[in-house]
Design a protein around this ligand. Structure first.
Ligand code: FMN
Length: 177
């Protein structure tokens, strides 16, 4: 089994998936990885909506996103036709909701990497889920009362691979004595 550091170093975004569905066991492991993430004051204010890639509501979100962006043709839908999508919503009034959602989504990303699956963290539907149809989407996605969209993650078997991103250590890191 890979170490956490090895998994972190190997993870990258996947933008192309095989049609193979994830097993119930795989999905459960991913959800537990999200639930095991720490939350501010252990509030556990996150909610996970799990959808299959062919869920009709996802086609509605995709259509609304494209309408808002005046796009009449896209090569891929927002989750790159992944077989599973997990949407994280959280208490709209809790100050750590965004941080906690980010931690949970990365836990799921690392778990999926460790399980040999591809994943893509998705924020591009943020405006769609906070727009005019917000209430409609929140109800269809079974968000708890006063919860809002934070982030989503697609998971599936990789049909394409990509190297992890590079970074500029010297620019981004300062050591103070
Ligand atoms: C908050 C957040 C939102 C993101 N939203 C999207 C998205 O909507 N669509 C997408 O293709 N990638 C999205 N990404 C993936 C980033 O583009 C990707 O992590 C970044 O380019 C670095 O590449 P890597 O993940 O392969 O290391 C998102 C990542 C984060 C952290």
């Amino acid at each position: 089994m890979a170490t956490v550091l090895e998994t972190i170093a190997k993870r990258s975004s996947t933008r192309g998936y095989a049609a193979t569905a994830l097993t119930e066991d795989e999905i459960n492991k991913l959800i537990h990885a999200g639930l095991q993430a720490p939350t501010g004051a252990n509030k556990q204010e996150l909610h996970f909506t799990v959808l299959k890639g062919d869920a009709p509501i996802l086609a509605e979100i995709e259509a609304e996103k494209n309408a808002l962006r005046n796009l009449d043709h896209v090569e891929h839908n927002f989750y790159y036709e992944a077989p599973t999508l997990i949407i994280i919503s959280a208490d709209a009034d809790y100050k750590w909701s965004k941080v906690d959602s980010g931690i949970a989504v990365e836990n799921i990303a690392l778990a999926s990497e460790e399980m040999g699956l591809g994943n893509l963290i998705i924020g591009c539907i943020y405006d769609t889920l906070h727009g005019e149809k917000r209430k409609y989407f929140e109800e269809k996605l079974a968000f708890p009362e006063n919860y809002e969209f934070e982030i989503a993650i697609a998971v599936g078997h990789k049909a394409v691979t990509k190297e992890p991103h590079t970074y500029d250590y010297d620019k981004q890191v300062t050591f103070l004595n």
